[in-house]
Design a protein around this ligand. Structure first.
Ligand code: ADP
Length: 626
């Protein structure tokens, strides 16, 4: 019961929107329950009329209108139903005219099908409405999670495995969906069915009902115990499932490397170990799940046996007996379903907790509610007394730097010196632990994310190509870009020619990760994206680092064009790409240790000159090959 309440509490914000349909579904669910009870009355009446056990017509006999409101109501409803049956199922009389027999035959044939039809129709309508409500509620829930995840800062994603995200949707939301899909309509229908059959049985023969129901608590026991076991195993399976999702992403997105190093067997071993754990947890869950029904059935049948013995002992009439046994058998169905519901809700609680945890996350970098719009960049970017650490160790310290508008600044340093961190701070993926970054005197923490990031175009080493068309991929830079602007950007990025050569030109879908394109082509799409953005600050983070020299030359030409008239922050490991920079700073362990123009730094005989030497560059030589 606690699980059901927990899931209802969790789901209510999403269900509330559809409360009208939900209310109709509940009313229909009640009707469904009542039609179930009508079978007890129906079978008893049918056998009475056909066997002639109690031949008097009810229309003549029901005159009692004393007693409580409910009893009165019940008597009236029953009398109306009995009256309706009188015409089609008149009590059996020897020597009655043949038209009466024909009616009786028709009544006998159609009586139960009509009841089944009414019950089925209300059951279907309830199920359909509940399905409609839960599908829409799940859609809203998923969108809400995406909305939340997208507000979280970069740090959240970098500290989590990719599988965590897919797991959250596939398994976490999936369990809640399965619960709503399979258990929700039963949750509305079956308790009413159970209750109304129970009431009908009490009215029919309360003593028999009491004997029959002594066994009910016994059937609930295994449901509760096994439910707990299922929940524990579900938690284990979900944890392992998350590992599975991460491993799949890891292995198949790095398949090139795996093949190159012949690591297939090693990866297969990792899958094997994981799947063994998963299978073990799964088997235990199945075990607990599958034992519920037989256990309930077995205990229910013992109760049924005792009941039969009692009935024969007491010598009840046949129609009454049949009506009662029908009710007892029908009672079993909702009981079984409600036992099943418990399993779905147990699993859903685990899923809902996963969702709750994700929804509780707060972005590390928050937008100020009173954030200003950053005005068009016009003067300078200033890093003032900047200090930053991801965890304990300082990555940047005592960092001061001014980048006047129009300056092309190169940033070099050994790997791990803090170059990419500098870019991340400028784009406000993280906030500095001390100091500030100001654009035209405004602290970037005081402006909206959009107005800040709109002024910048980032081209980095890892090019992200979405599984969309070429045009859509370029338009990511500026969603308002016209088709002409997209083509102009592609031309400026030296990409127009190869795009034209694709099967459907700009309408060619690029596939996941842009697998159809070479590294250089992908990078030129990224540059076209930066072109359409028309941002005044260009941030290049090792943009050509992973390209071969031919591709680099093509891409570099496009970058040179992109740099024109823009303020540039160019992070590069390969020094040759920085010849055209106005100024270069050298980072070492998060500090600026040298700065000056390319030629000045070469002459200084410091850290830069040492790096240049390692890369085969010398002062006077106009070596641009790197
Ligand atoms: P560079 O770009 O110069 O190679 P980075 O800015 O990427 O250097 O990294 C600077 C330091 O910060 C390195 O020691 C690196 O290990 C650490 N670092 C980078 N990103 C993270 C992160 N997301 N979490 C923790 N430490 C990080």
């Amino acid at each position: 019961m606690g699980n059901i309440l927990d899931i209802l509490k969790f789901g209510w914000p999403y269900l509330r929107k559809y409360r009208r349909r939900l209310a109709v579904a509940v009313v229909l669910g009640i009707c469904f329950g009542l039609f179930n009870a009508s079978f007890v009355w129906g079978t008893k009446t049918l056998f009475e009329r056909l066997s002639g056990d109690q031949p008097q017509l009810v229309t003549e006999t029901v005159t009692d209108d004393s007693g409580g409101v409910f009893q009165n109501l019940f008597v009236r409803v029953k009398s109306m139903a009995d009256t309706g049956v009188d015409y089609w199922l008149p009590p059996f009389e020897k020597g009655a005219d043949s038209s009466g027999n024909f009616r009786r035959m028709m009544g006998a044939i159609l009586f139960l099908p009509v009841l089944v039809l009414l019950r089925g129709a209300t059951g279907y309508a309830t199920g359909y409405l509940m399905g409609w409500v839960s599908e829409n509620a799940i859609k809203d829930l998923k969108l809400d999670i995406h909305r939340k995840l997208q507000t979280l800062s970069l740090g959240y994603f970098q500290h989590r495995e990719m599988g965590g995200q897919t797991m959250l949707f596939n398994t976490g939301v999936g369990a809640v969906w399965r619960c709503l899909y399979c258990g929700f309509s039963d949750l509305v229908k079956e308790p009413f069915a159970l209750l109304s059959i129970f009431v009908a049985l009490l009215i029919l023969d309360w003593q028999l009902t009491v004997v029959g129901l002594v066994f009910l608590p016994l059937t609930i026991g295994p449901v509760i115990i096994l439910g707990r076991k299922i929940r524990k195993q579900s938690e284990i399976a979900y944890e392992k499932g998350e590992d599975q999702d991460s491993l799949i992403v890891e292995v198949y997105s790095n398949i090139r490397l795996i093949k190159a190093y012949c690591l297939e067997r090693l990866q297969q071993k990792r899958f094997e170990t994981l799947y063994q754990h998963l299978a073990r947890a799964g088997i235990k869950r199945w075990q607990a799940k599958e034992i519920v029904n037989p256990a309930v059935e077995f205990l229910a049948m013992i109760g049924f046996g005792v009941l039969l013995a009692y009935i024969f002992w007491e010598g009840r009439s046949i129609p009454q007996l049949i009506g009662f046994l029908t009710g007892m058998i029908m009672l079993y169905q909702p009981l079984k379903k409600l036992a099943g519901i418990n399993i779905y809700f147990q699993e859903a609680v685990v899923g809902a907790n996963m969702v709750r945890d994700a929804m509780k996350e707060e972005p590390a970098v928050k937008e100020d509610p009173a954030a200003l719009e950053l005005k068009e960049f016009s003067e300078e970017i200033k890093f003032e007394g900047l200090e930053f650490s991801y965890e304990k160790e300082l990555v940047l310290h005592e960092f001061d730097l001014v980048i006047p508008k129009g300056l092309k600044l190169g940033v070099v340093g050994e790997s791990g010196a803090g170059k990419s961190t500098l870019v991340s701070l400028l784009l406000r993926f993280y906030d500095p632990t001390k100091g500030r970054i100001a654009i035209d005197g405004t602290d970037i923490r005081d402006v909206s994310f959009e107005s800040l990031r709109k002024q910048m175009a980032l081209v980095s080493q890892e090019v992200v190509i979405f599984d969309q068309t070429v045009a859509e991929n370029i338009a990511c830079g500026n969603l308002d870009a016209s088709p002409e602007e997209i083509i102009d950007a592609a031309k400026a990025a030296n990409a127009h020619e190869f795009i034209e050569g694709l099967p459907e030109g700009y309408d060619t879908r690029l596939g996941e990760q842009g697998t159809r394109l070479s590294g250089g082509q992908r990078q030129r799409i990224a540059i076209a994206r930066a072109f359409v953005r028309q941002a005044s600050i260009l941030v290049l983070d090792e943009a050509t680092a992973s390209l071969d020299s031919k591709a680099e030359a093509e891409v570099q030409a496009a970058i040179d064009r992109l740099e024109q008239g823009r303020t540039v922050l160019c992070v590069a490991h390969r020094l040759s790409t920085l010849r055209k920079m106005d100024k270069i700073i050298v980072l070492e362990e998060g500090r600026v240790v040298e700065s000056g123009s390319f030629e000045e730094l070469l002459k200084k005989d410091g850290a830069f000159a040492e790096m240049a030497l390692k890369q085969g560059l010398t002062g006077g030589a106009a070596n641009s090959g790197g």
